[in-house]
Design a protein. Structure first.
Length: 116
């Protein structure tokens, strides 16, 4: 089940960890792929920021005793050159059964920073 309308707000040049919690009934331990992407809008296939499990840019964490959280660290370089505006973000998980599901979507708001 996709969780929609999940807004993430980040300032330019900020280190920030994004945690996607899905609840105790979800266990991502068998995931074969996880991709989190920021694009200009929901129809765009061009990533402005992309993090993947395969590249060790995403990790799993336990909140409810299962691997029910997707942890995505952003570093300052991810946001310093893309310009402040509202983007779209989406996270897709491929499980060990070969099923592929978009688990969360929403706005990715990049705010300007005079210090970043």
């Amino acid at each position: 089940m996709t969780t929609t309308g999940q807004t993430i707000t980040v300032y330019e040049g900020e280190d920030k960890t994004i945690t996607i919690s899905m609840g105790a009934t979800v266990n991502y331990a068998g995931a074969t792929a996880i991709t989190w992407r920021v694009t200009t809008d929901a129809e765009s296939e061009t990533a402005i920021i992309e993090k993947t499990l395969a590249a060790a840019e995403i990790s799993l964490a336990d909140d409810a005793g299962t691997n029910d959280q997707i942890v995505i660290p952003l570093v300052a370089a991810d946001t310093t050159s893309i310009g402040p505006t509202t983007y779209y973000h989406e996270c897709r998980v491929d499980d060990s059964d070969g099923d592929s599901e978009v688990v969360t979507t929403g706005d990715f708001i990049l705010k300007p920073s005079s210090t970043g």
